[in-house]
Design a protein around this ligand. Structure first.
Ligand code: FE2
Length: 275
């Protein structure tokens, strides 16, 4: 791999419980995270950093110890932000010190990665506070390189999914007002939506990433769980500002092991949003 490329591996929405055997919609979340980390191990070995974009736990702060243990031995910086199921102060407390970084920004070659906290306590919908918007503006204004990638938990664009669009980023307009002032922004990545998603807005790539546990059915009017296995995203950032990105999914055999042979759901899903 060229020295000038920056590779990030995004793992999102692990939804860990205090109980290591805890399950979310039939999926044992810690085992699913461990299986996803194992599947991504070759890419993690050669990446510059791992990106964890929220819902690290499922409303139980006891889950952070498992997150810490799973990520602390990877030998890479782990860039973290909270999601709606996190307790932001408890997350920051639990993930102090290297290799963890919670919020702020990190520079890799000519790229600045900005980590935003869009979580609002006790609320599924997200928003960026005036302080977060100001921090974004300042991080972009002072970025030493020519390119920037923004990470946040909530989706800032419509997912064409009625229920999911009621819990996106409430003040997306204010967010894009800042983005539009900074032409060095090349991409925006998020979690929260538990599905692969991709669009472009004024030349900026906008990428949603599947969870390391259960997925949501794309474009559903009402909440529905998808049949797809755990997944993750690899982002390759080039010196020209180009972003190459793929979503990878656990194999059927790997998923089968997790659920002990019990299928989470048997219906066939449409997979046109796979990237
Ligand atoms: Fe989530």
């Amino acid at each position: 791999m060229s020295q000038s490329l920056v590779t990030l591996v995004q793992l999102t929405d692990p939804h860990l419980f205090a109980d290591p055997a805890g399950r979310l919609r039939g999926v044992p979340t810690l085992a699913a995270l461990q299986a996803t980390l194992a599947a991504a191990s070759a890419q993690i070995q050669t990446c510059q950093a791992v990106l964890a974009t929220g819902d690290l736990v499922q409303d139980e702060i006891g889950g952070y110890a498992h997150f810490r243990q799973a990520f602390s031995g990877l030998g890479k910086p782990v860039l973290c932000i909270p999601g709606n199921h996190d307790d932001a102060p408890a997350l920051a407390q639990a993930l102090q010190g290297a290799p963890f970084q919670v919020g702020g920004h990190a520079d890799f070659l000519g790229w600045r990665v900005v980590l935003l906290d869009s979580s609002v306590a006790r609320q599924a919908q997200g928003a960026l506070s005036p302080a977060q918007l100001a921090a974004l503006d300042a991080a972009l204004a002072t970025a030493p390189g020519e390119h920037a990638l923004i990470a946040l938990h909530h989706h800032p664009v419509t997912m064409a999914s009625e229920w999911l669009d009621t819990v996106g980023l409430a003040n997306a307009e204010a967010f894009f007002e800042v983005i539009d002032r900074h032409p060095k922004v090349r991409g925006i990545v998020f979690g929260h939506v538990h599905q692969a998603f991709e669009t472009t807005r004024q030349g900026v790539r906008i990428l949603g990433t599947p969870s390391t546990c259960a997925q949501f059915l794309p474009r559903a009017r009402d909440f529905e769980v998808d049949v797809l296995p755990p997944g993750y995203r690899v982002l390759t950032l080039s010196p020209t500002g180009q972003i190459d990105s793929q979503v990878a999914w656990l194999s059927e055999a790997q998923r089968h092991q997790l659920t002990g042979g019990v299928s989470v759901r048997t219906a066939t899903s449409q997979n046109s949003l796979r990237t």
